[in-house]
Design a protein around this ligand. Structure first.
Ligand code: PLP
Length: 401
């Protein structure tokens, strides 16, 4: 049996039609398959590889830390230099109230931890979340996911969850003294890059403060430079009570984090102790990788973080086609809206055939995803756009034959 057959046979499958590309190497903007075909990664492993695939500084940090030590003990007991250094550098980049980091293994675990923390800190049970939001696939994170068709198969889920419409004033009115926390993506990613009004985020912040509700902002997908600033919340001049990070946080390795003020985080410490436990969260090799990735991002901030905005604008400039209904974006997270999922899927397939890997969105299947490593340059943007435009032409020409 070949690897494809073994993959289908021994790995749990999530759809009838996995991409099933067999990749043997990835570096920077590109992946290579078993035939030596070079594929440009236009989605960065879904917003993970912000500094590119296998960045040499990240690889070196992993190697050095693995030689020094790997797992020592469960989270929180031993002082591990890469953990301390990473938490310190991260909090130095954040407002003063986001000073205490809990490292997890994934984004969903960060969401779980934050929901527990909010309940424990406020003594309340109600959690408000939004339609078309995605926060992960574990049962707690899924309970706040904004789509009933996905949730329904797993009921009963967590009680006392309200799903409201994002970016609406009615939603603000529904936050009360009963609400433990509001969990919102600063930019709704899987909705097809839906950027809320600044005034709405500001009103959300204000209402949470008035009612003693914790504001949890999920920047697992949009954070760490992708949005054109280091943190998307900066653009609205607000600060969350709890910030959620993941995806790009580990520089290509699995990591998440929930970050809050020490005074809030303290709720996990006593009565009972060990309020949130993890064996591997904050693994030293992952922290070393994340630290190296963050250093790269900060050292090349102008090109990678500030540059994300200008690079996003280049995509807007080059992607002109009558079949494109709209392009929504913030920095280098973009949704190119096509007529339907059927058309979009054909365009995506054609792009992959031509050597550009792209995808659709969970709650916006008619939209083509653009979220490349932040290292992408103008020439690559032009190449990618040419291939997308050519794919759209091919799909429509075929359809009209
Ligand atoms: N939050 C957002 C906004 C996400 O996009 C994702 C994953 O796509 C998650 C949370 C969950 O992260 P993970 O897949 O690491 O559990």
């Amino acid at each position: 049996m070949n690897n494809r057959q073994l993959f289908l046979r021994h790995l749990a499958q999530l759809s009838d039609a996995p991409l099933a590309l067999e990749i043997v190497k990835a570096s920077g903007m590109y992946m290579w398959d078993t035939e030596g075909k070079k594929i440009m990664d236009l989605i960065a492993g879904i917003s993970v590889c912000n500094v590119g695939h296998s960045h040499p500084a990240v690889v070196q940090a992993i190697r050095e830390q693995a030689e020094q030590y790997m797992h020592l003990l469960v989270y929180g007991e031993i002082i591990q230099t890469p953990q301390v250094a990473f938490a310190t550098l991260l909090t130095e980049q954040l407002p003063a109230s986001l000073n205490s980091v809990y490292f997890t293994n994934s984004g969903a675990e960060a969401v779980e931890g934050a929901m527990k923390l909010a309940k424990r800190y406020t003594g309340r049970t109600e959690i408000i979340a939004f339609e078309k939001s995605y926060h992960g696939s574990t049962q707690g994170a899924m309970s706040i996911m904004g789509d009933e068709s996905w949730r329904n198969a797993y009921r009963p889920l967590l009680p006392d969850i309200q799903h409201l419409t994002y970016n609406t004033w009615e939603a603000i009115d529904r936050i009360t003294e009963r609400t433990a926390c509001v969990v919102a993506e600063t930019v709704q990613a899987e909705a097809g890059v839906y950027v809320p009004q600044k005034e709405w985020l500001q009103a959300l912040r204000k209402k949470c403060s008035e009612t003693g509700t914790l504001l949890v902002l999920d920047e697992i997908q949009c954070g760490l430079g992708r949005n054109g600033t280091l943190w998307a919340f900066e653009q609205s001049g607000i600060v969350p009570d709890i910030l959620l990070l993941g995806k790009a946080l580990g520089g290509g390795m699995p990591m998440g984090a929930f970050i809050a003020d020490r005074e809030i985080m303290w709720s996990l410490t006593n009565r009972p102790v060990l309020g949130h436990m993890t064996t591997f969260g904050g693994h030293p090799v992952m922290c070393a990788a994340g630290l190296a990735g963050l250093r790269v991002l900060l050292e090349q901030r102008e090109e990678l973080v500030d540059g994300a905005k200008a690079k996003g604008e280049l995509f807007h400039r080059y992607l002109k086609h009558p079949a494109i209904k709209e392009i929504r974006s913030l920095g280098l997270m973009m949704a190119v809206e096509m007529e339907s999922f059927e058309v979009n899927k054909k365009v995506i397939d054609r792009c992959i055939e031509k050597g550009v890997l792209t995808d659709w969105f969970l709650f916006a299947p008619q939209c083509l995803r653009i979220a490349p490593p932040l290292i992408i340059n103008e020439e690559e943007i032009k190449q990618a756009c040419d291939i997308i435009l050519e794919a759209i032409d091919a799909v429509y020409n075929k359809a009209s034959v």
